[in-house]
Design a binder for this molecule. Structure first.
Ligand code: HEC
Length: 106
């Protein structure tokens, strides 16, 4: 993990969040993860060992997500993710959980 980018992300968390109506009545199928293409695969692969919240709270660049997934494989005994799922998940993470943290859980 790149500490500098984490610090940067923390600073950028101050950016204004879009006002989304909290619609928590029906149980969300993928926890706090945004329902966009790739959410199903991300949830299936990544919420197996820990809460999906740990993912939603991160804000990383695509490069840092790649490194984090490698770390998960090397140090946390995660199975390698095969294509096309790998790219799908990476696209999903770097689009919706980048350093601007557009979907930081409330
Ligand atoms: C085989 C189990 C396993 C799988 C599968 C797994 N993780 Fe993890 N992950 C861990 C463990 C263990 C930790 C570290 C312990 C903790 O903080 O709970 C962790 C920590 C993390 C963290 C926090 C890192 C930090 O710096 O605090 C993030 C973000 C994360 N995982 C994302 C993911 C994503 C994204 C996926 C899917 C691509 C994934 N994980 C799949 C085991 C797993």
């Amino acid at each position: 993990m790149n500490l500098k980018s984490v610090a940067m992300a923390a600073v950028m968390t101050l950016a204004v969040f879009p006002a989304t109506a909290a619609d928590e009545d029906d149980e969300p199928e993928f926890g706090v993860l945004v329902e966009k293409p790739g959410v199903e695969e991300t949830y299936a692969y990544c919420a197996a060992c820990h809460s999906e919240r740990i993912i939603a709270q991160q804000g990383l660049t695509r490069k840092d997500w790649i490194e984090l997934i490698e770390w998960m494989i090397e140090e946390q005994e995660m199975e390698e993710i095969e294509e096309p799922d790998y790219t799908l998940i990476l696209d999903y993470l770097s689009k919706h959980y980048n350093t601007d943290r557009p979907n930081f859980p409330k």
